[in-house]
Design a protein around this ligand. Structure first.
Ligand code: ZN
Ligand code: MN
Length: 505
């Protein structure tokens, strides 16, 4: 049972940019601005010019409902947009179009691995709003002499997902964020690797005190660090006999501290009122149809992996915890079966793909996929993993060889077109593997391969064995020749002779 010694209560407001939509939420500006110059994806609507009129992007509403359903939320019959009034340079029209009562989704939950087992984190609500522009400060926010503004981001569809204060530690907060991101990736509504894709505001209080809100944390690690800092800060305030005041604080990622920005606004400070340019939106009846399109979600996929493949809970959790790895694992199994006409042992595959390959990549800080322009590539093509596992399974290479080949592939320059398999994919991947081992002289020194080849040569040439045992010394030469052929000339002939002599007794 987790005691929660400091009485920590954390609630998170996560702003998710629905950046897989083609256009912004209230105008037709394209969302693929990330590599373009600042202020090049703008129009009168997303610049907030007087007289411009917003038009709701239907796909954004559908995506929001999809997320709401995946988080087990109730979907409203109709939903309403509001003006949230405040002035800030990233919001030139002086208000943000958001939602107030009647958010699209409410009363859901996410199950995470808590400090003491499964923890249900309640989702208060999920509502749609427009993203403000991006402010770029010179240096740190409190010392910057000026601020640059990029309105490319202005008007991107944001889904704000608010949790109840059910989280009891920075670690749980991080796990919640990981799980949320995981679910969102499965839903294919956002690309978490893009700048600004997921921003967190964290509310935290300790020992029943007032809560501080830490604004605009841009990473999961950042959230954990900001919360750790904030717990220490609040404890120090209390220890000195002070009172934690309700306020908004900024997390300085570089210095890993939070700074007071302003005292916290209440909802009434924003003077919410219904957006007169957008009609209340009837979404009753949309949910059942969208529910049909929901993919298999992480928890369900994890359970299936355990059941279908007989892998461990940890392996299933790790693989399904990132969509690209879950897909990679299943694709390797499928390609293997197609190429070799036999099933690959899924436990054996999980040991290599999850325990070894994913571990090695994590250690190196590299990711399985990377983008060139708008195309996503795999750092190690499926075909190589298929070939390596095939060679291992048929005992043509050793575990050590496999590790060396994987490392060689990971060391290759990104894009690796020189080692991309062509045409007969499995063949060329296999050839590559053998060529690298030969180039490195590994086939020569690797005893296991020679052992295996010698064993096979003896089994396949009973006549030569019989001749040798009958005293014909020369018969040994033909066995040596057979081993040399099997190891593609890579083995050391003298060593082969020794091994054969031992095996022949
Ligand atoms: Zn626009
Ligand atoms: Mn918001």
């Amino acid at each position: 049972m987790y005691e929660n010694p400091d009485g920590v209560m954390i609630g998170l407001e996560v702003h998710v940019q629905l950046n897989k939509l083609k256009t912004k939420i209230f105008c037709g500006c394209a969302t693929d601005y990330h590599k373009d110059p600042p202020n090049s994806h703008v129009c009168p609507v997303c610049l907030g010019l007087p007289g411009s009129l917003p038009v709701i992007n239907k796909k954004a509403v559908e995506a929001a409902i999809k997320v709401g359903l995946a988080l087990n939320c109730r979907i409203e019959e109709y939903t309403q947009f509001y003006r949230k009034n405040y002035y800030y340079p990233d919001l030139p029209k002086g208000f943000q179009i958001s939602q107030y009562d009647f958010p699209i989704a409410s009363k859901g939950q996410i199950i995470i691995e808590g400090e003491d087992g499964e923890l249900i984190v309640r989702i208060t609500r999920a509502h749609l709003e427009e993203d403000p522009g991006r402010l770029v400060h010179e240096g740190t926010i409190d010392r910057s002499k000026y601020t640059l503004i990029d309105y490319n981001r202005s008007g991107m569809a944001l889904l704000e997902i608010v949790s109840d204060p059910d989280l009891r530690s920075p670690k749980e907060a991080r796990r919640y964020l990981d799980k949320l991101r995981n679910i969102l990736e499965y839903l294919d509504v956002f690309d978490g690797d893009l700048e600004g894709a997921l921003r967190v505001d964290a509310n935290i209080s300790i020992m029943g005190g007032q809560r501080a809100e830490i604004k605009n944390i841009s990473s999961h690690k950042g959230a954990e660090r900001a919360l750790l800092f904030e717990i220490v800060r609040q404890k120090n305030v209390v220890r000195r006999g002070g009172v934690v005041v309700q306020e908004t604080r900024h997390f300085d990622e570089a210095r890993e501290i939070t700074l007071s920005m302003r005292t916290k606004e209440e909802a009434h400070d924003y003077r919410y009122f219904p957006e007169p340019d957008l009609m209340p939106l009837k979404v009753s009846g949309w949910a059942p149809e969208i529910k049909e399109t929901l993919p298999e979600l992480p928890d369900a996929r994890r359970m299936r992996f355990i059941k279908q493949y007989g892998i461990t809970d940890d392996q299933a959790k790790s693989l399904t915890g990132e969509l690209v790895w879950a897909d990679y694992y299943e694709q390797v199994l499928k390609i293997y079966e197609n190429e070799y006409g036999e099933k690959l042992d899924p436990k054996f595959a999980a040991a290599w793909i999850n325990d070894y390959l994913k571990g090695e990549m994590n250690y190196r800080g590299s990711t399985l996929t990377y983008a060139v322009g708008k195309v996503s590539h795999h750092l190690i093509w499926h075909e190589y993993t298929v070939a390596i596992l095939g060679l291992l399974k048929h005992e043509k290479i050793t575990d050590d060889n496999a590790v060396i080949i994987f490392r060689n592939l990971l060391d290759s320059p990104r894009g690796g077109s020189d080692w991309r398999p062509v045409k007969k994919a499995a063949d060329s991947a296999e050839n590559y593997v053998m060529r690298i081992l030969e180039e490195k002289g590994l086939l020569k020194v690797e005893g296991d391969i020679v052992e295996t080849a010698a064993f096979e040569a003896i089994n396949e040439n009973p006549q030569a064995v019989a001749d040798y045992k009958a005293g014909k010394e020369k018969a040994l030469n033909s066995l040596v020749g057979a081993v040399m052929k099997k190891t593609k000339g890579g083995a050391d002939a003298r060593k082969v002779r020794e091994i054969l002599l031992v095996k022949l007794g």
